[in-house]
Design a protein around this ligand. Structure first.
Ligand SMILES: Nc1ncnc2c1ncn2[C@@H]1O[C@H](COP(=O)(O)OP(=O)(O)O)[C@@H](O)[C@H]1O
Ligand SMILES: [Mg+2]
Length: 199
């Protein structure tokens, strides 16, 4: 633990917003594997960029290739995975980017910690529950992971032999078995407009 450290300030967040001409926020996508977090986040990222709104996606697998390549899927490692992502996402939001974090993030306490971090910094935190019945996720199985988990080849797989704690009060609740990708994206953009995060 470093002790002799001091935070070095430059611009306030409001000054930065005026210069960048954009608000920052974190959209936190949570849901089962194959619920559609990455698919919806990718489509949203593209649509925001097309409207010249800076957005950047932090995605489970991608982050595990680099920043978090030392972490596995035990409860401790999942906690640490989410803790680091929360901090990185907060930095993006502080830099006035719409940060899209898409991680299974199965534990409520980890998501609540991410929320608290943002609230303390007065940065918008929008929890997006990407909801789908387990049976539909398992049927989609785009990476063949459910099949492997059922065969016992992957342990601690969320929804199979590891819990998923559904959000109780998410800002946005998507049902990807009933809404198309486009409908999900439009729903999120309407929310961002209503909250005056984007114009
Ligand atoms: N409405 C929808 N929203 C998102 N994904 C959908 C939808 N309908 C079908 N899918 C499919 O479900 C799969 C979701 O996979 P992915 O986005 O990788 O999930 P996750 O990132 O949650 O693990 C993709 O194959 C996608 O094409
Ligand atoms: Mg994904």
């Amino acid at each position: 633990m470093a002790t002799n450290i001091t935070w070095h300030h430059n611009l306030t967040h409001d000054e930065r917003k005026q210069l960048v001409k954009q608000n920052g926020a974190t959209l936190w996508f949570t849901g089962l594997s194959a619920s559609g977090k990455s698919t919806v986040a990718c489509a949203l990222e593209r649509k925001l960029l097309e409207q010249e709104i800076q957005s950047y996606r932090l995605d489970g697998d991608n982050i595990r290739f680099g920043l978090n390549k030392d972490l596995g899927f035990s409860e401790h490692d999942r906690n640490e995975n989410i803790r680091r992502i929360s901090e990185v996402s907060k930095l993006f939001a502080d830099s006035c980017v719409i940060s899209l974090a898409s991680f299974i993030s199965p534990y409520k306490k980890d998501r609540d910690a991410a929320r608290k971090l943002h609230e303390e910094a007065k940065l918008p935190f929008i929890e997006v529950y990407v909801d789908v019945p387990l049976s539909v996720a398992e049927e989609r199985d785009p990476k063949g992971l459910y099949k492997k988990a059922r065969e016992g080849l992957i342990k601690n797989f969320t929804g199979i032999d590891d819990p998923y704690e559904a959000p109780e009060n998410p800002e946005i609740h998507l049902n990807t078995h009933e809404q198309s990708v486009e409908q999900c994206v439009d729903f999120i953009i309407a929310y961002l407009k209503k909250e005056k995060i984007v114009v």
